[in-house]
Design a binder for this molecule. Sequence first.
Ligand SMILES: Nc1nc2c(ncn2[C@@H]2O[C@H](COP(=O)(O)OP(=O)(O)O)[C@@H](O)[C@H]2O)c(=O)[nH]1
Ligand SMILES: [Mg+2]
Length: 338
Amino acid sequence: MDPLRRSPSPCLSSRPSSPSAPHCEMLGPVGIEAVLDQLKIKAMKTGFEFNIMVVGQSGLGKSTMVNTLFKSKVWKSNPPGLGVPTPQTLQLHSVTHVIEEKGVKLKLTVTDTPGFGDQINNDNCWDPILGYINEQYERYLQEEILITRQRHIPDTRVHCCVYFVPPTGHCLRPLDIEFLQRLCRSVNVVPVIAREREAFRRRRGRGTHCIDIYPQMCFDEDINDKILNSKLRDRIPFAVVGADQEHLVNGRCVLGRKTKWGIIEVENMAHCEFPLLRDLLIRSHLQDLKDITHNVHYENYRVVRLNESHVLPRGPGWVNLAPASPGHGAHDDSDDEF
Ligand SMILES: Nc1nc2c(ncn2[C@@H]2O[C@H](COP(=O)(O)OP(=O)(O)O)[C@@H](O)[C@H]2O)c(=O)[nH]1
Ligand SMILES: [Mg+2]
């Protein structure tokens, strides 16, 4: 089955209001469609910045997944066969690469996080991760509010956080619920079930625990978005398998993992949902992830900060977006679902 596709999203900045100006009757074509070529040429000159963060317990396959997504271009992988494990990440660590394909440049930054939730006492273990996300918003804000500001503000904001849920158990752990609740208020979150999945998926469902994962229903712009995104939402969390070795299957070289049941091919939708994750992140929703980051998550941060620093006068436009206490997401062990 083909992974779900959609055309590039139009910029969300048109979302708040789309004034219905009367259509002007034209006597003939004037060439306005050339604007699309202009946009394309401009975008190709400027290139794109895209920042992903991976979060989850150690050993769930975060680094391997990033290598699989970007065809081993991100984390240095060990030569196959040596059996040397990828070094464990001990602190937040970002790697940036410029990837170029058919003249399109993508500056990709991947932030790996140290094994989240590995400790016996995991109290506030999300602090460094949320701290990093907010730091990037703050950096952007500090540039943006300068009187003389750069024409292009470097964008280090996290556009998507891929959250790895352990494949064991039948449900989300309370720790995952609490962290996801916090995380999805600040960043686009796509949860995935790490490694080969089992019963977990059958208990999926969303809407409980106030976890508003990406693509958020409230940002579907039209019926096409609704149809495509509903299909994606139904399949999230994707069950993904990462691999950095190729195997020969029916005369073809395929990326996959050798198991006692045979080769699990990462690109084969009958085997896992890696293609859905890859397509969502890179092929169909990359621009939308950036737009929502800028227009929703960053905007929320910006309003709170400007209110705090009294740059905005308290008046009709004053909004208090201080986050509600996360402790209120009452957890009921009997009903752990997405
Ligand atoms: N069975 C299985 N093993 C995996 C998968 N992805 C990674 N691994 C293995 O799990 C170990 C830890 O992977 P790594 O990517 O370093 O995990 P990280 O600590 O989350 O970054 C390595 O030996 C990988 O080869 C997967 O999808 N399935
Ligand atoms: Mg790692």
